[in-house]
Design a binder for this molecule. Structure first.
Ligand code: DGT
Ligand code: CA
Ligand code: CA
Ligand code: ZN
Length: 578
């Protein structure tokens, strides 16, 4: 069975987590995390590369040692070093890492002072008020932990014990499955519905819909897929399987005259469906996955638009279907015209070999030009981020010279001089204004000290925004989906202050981040703050992450006018002037 890149990345991330608990060398920890990132960003299957004897050390951040570990995982499905490390640590310890607010440091204290090594014993200790006495904990932390445990238990109950997976991963699984299903000669209109179609950042399971001549043939084909581990159920119109990746996929086969109604129903969200159905009830219509019915007579259902029309609504884009005001907006004719991938004219955040990126500036620029972009910003890390080989004044000056030269040489793309500054703990920036004034675009980010109080973290970022050269706050909440919760910060205040200062917020399109999230995008729009949808690319393929960013932007109701990088360079340069 082939091992997927993400499986290898998961193993490296787990390894890094455990090393962190053991307080291993930070460089070592980081090298595993970087390697995991590299692997998830690769379009080629690493197992195939191993099989073909390719030189893995050509990949960014992969040295001899990591290459050997990748080979081991690709060949055996596991990493013996990880197993050794786990033997040194109690089994359940790594599960504690999944609780928001519990980092390796706190887990180490829990383990050493109270012998806590499982979620169960943690819950008991929290209920018995044992945590508040520990160093670095307090009443509030104790309550939060208890709250998080209960929330996780709820989630687990709801989803049959399975974790939600990131959209990127869901996409790899869904697209492969869909291609396979489409090969079947009776299959028509294969559509992946559910949260996947709504472009939610994480997906619980996949809901596939199909129209098919002879229903049963397709069902045999569906359950015969190579990645199926277990058939949960198999019927004439409905089947469910569990994939080896631990992920459930449901298939529904429907009649052509019900296709739109079924698509609407299985796209959800549940709350959206209920709201639509309620309007139907008011009009004496019954709406379900088979169609819209007046008494026994079906009056609509072939397309989604038909169903919406029957209840007096225009078509509502899947990303909006969360019952967050889209029904009312539809009734009033106020639905947003959502931004599309094709509206994006440039990418305002990426890294090159000058810091921790994989390609040269020229290679990045050419890749962006081939995507049809008008401009890119080269925004490498600044000097505080030494582990990423951040730029000091001298190296930045060199880079700027190179960009000048490339701008003369390259046609049809403009390279903007930029930087991703580190916001220091006190809100200062790690390069002086004399340097910043010569850049086209200044980005800044929090990359360390995530654990400041709400007040301090907010103040820190506000102070950075006070610098007149700063344009964009990157990945403003700092969260990593399923891995690290957002730091505590008053986002509403940041957004309002950005408006006052003519700053912009980033929607980092990396599928691990998608930060700002949908809710905050909508807030930014409401406050009149434009959002830069940027990939933070470290390699050529990462430029394609734009589609995830655009998906999240659409979930946040953003229109072309709300997104900074839909502007031509001329308009953008005017916007950036503070
Ligand atoms: P997920 O899988 O947790 O990421 O989220 P969804 O939205 O894909 O939810 P899922 O897979 O449980 O169900 C797919 C769709 O089916 C859901 O979005 C709406 C519809 N649906 C499921 N259960 C109900 C229900 O009880 N009532 C209504 N009206 N619709 C439902
Ligand atoms: Ca689903
Ligand atoms: Ca489902
Ligand atoms: Zn970056």
């Amino acid at each position: 069975m082939p091992v997927h890149n993400n499986d290898i990345a998961d193993i490296f991330n787990e390894f890094a987590d455990l090393l962190e608990i053991k307080r291993a060398n930070p460089f070592r920890i980081r090298s595993y995390r970087n390697a995991a990132r590299t692997l998830t960003g690769q379009s080629r299957n690493i197992s195939d590369m191993v099989r073909e004897g390719d030189d893995l050390t050509q990949l960014p951040g992969i040295g001899k040692d990591l290459a050997a570990k990748i080979k081991e995982i690709a060949e055996t499905g596991e990493l013996s070093k990880l197993n050794d490390l786990k033997k040194e640590l109690p089994d359940d310890l790594s599960k504690l890492m999944k609780i928001p607010g519990l980092g390796p440091k706190k887990i180490k204290v829990l383990f050493q002072d109270l012998g806590i090594a499982s979620v169960k014993s943690l819950k008991k200790a929290a209920q018995g008020h044992k945590l508040r006495e520990l160093e670095g904990f307090g009443d509030k932390t104790e309550q939060n932990i208890l709250g998080e445990i209960e929330r996780i238990e709820e989630e687990i109950k709801k989803h049959g014990g399975k974790e939600r997976i990131k959209l990127f991963r869901a996409e790899q699984i869904a697209e492969k499955y869909r291609e396979y299903l489409e090969k079947h000669k009776e299959a028509e209109k294969i559509q992946v519905a559910g949260s996947y179609r709504r472009r939610r950042e994480t997906v619980g399971d996949l809901d596939i819909l199909a129209v098919c001549g002879k229903e049963t043939g397709l069902m045999d084909h569906f359950v015969g897929y190579e990645d199926v581990e277990k058939i949960i159920s198999k019927g004439k119109t409905k089947s469910s399987v569990l994939l080896r990746a631990g992920f459930q996929v449901d298939l529904r086969v429907v009649q052509p005259e019900s296709y739109g109604a079924a698509l609407l129903y299985f796209t959800g969200s549940k709350d959206h469906n209920i709201a639509v159905r309620k309007i139907g009830v008011g009009k004496n219509l019954k709406i379900n996955e088979y169609g819209v019915f007046k008494g026994d007579r079906q009056i609509a259902g072939k397309t989604e638009s038909e169903v919406y029309k029957a209840v007096g609504l225009p078509f509502i884009e899947p990303e909006l279907r969360e019952d967050r005001g889209e029904i009312e907006a539809g009734q009033k004719g106020n639905l947003p015209r959502l931004v599309e991938l094709g509206d994006i004219r440039g990418d305002l955040h990426m890294h090159t070999r000058y810091s921790d990126g994989r390609l040269t500036i020229k290679e990045m620029a050419e890749a962006a030009r081939n995507k049809g972009y008008e401009y890119i910003a080269v925004s490498d890390h600044s000097k505080h981020l030494t582990v990423a080989n951040g730029l000091d004044e001298r190296r930045l000056a060199e880079q700027m010279k190179e960009i000048d030269k490339l701008n003369q040489e390259l046609k049809d793309i403009r390279i903007l001089k930029s930087i991703e500054l580190d916001i220091l703990e006190d809100g200062a920036l790690d390069l002086p204004d004399e340097v910043l004034k010569d850049l086209d675009l200044v980005l800044c980010s929090v990359h360390y000290r995530f654990n400041l109080s709400l007040e301090k973290q907010t103040k820190r970022i506000l102070k950075a925004m006070d610098n007149p050269y700063v344009n964009i706050i990157c990945h403003p909440s700092g969260r990593l989906i399923n891995e690290r919760p957002p730091y505590e910060v008053n986002m509403e205040k940041l957004i309002k202050s950005a408006k006052e200062r003519n700053c912009f917020m980033e929607l980092n399109a990396h599928p691990d981040r998608l930060d700002l999230n949908d809710i905050y995008c909508k807030m930014a729009k409401k406050e009149g703050v434009k959002v830069a949808v940027s990939t933070d690319a470290h390699a050529q393929n990462d430029l394609d992450f734009m589609r995830f960013g655009v998906g999240q932007a659409r979930r946040g109701w953003l229109e072309t006018g709300d997104v900074l990088n839909t502007r031509s360079w001329k308009d953008l340069s005017e916007e950036l002037g503070r």
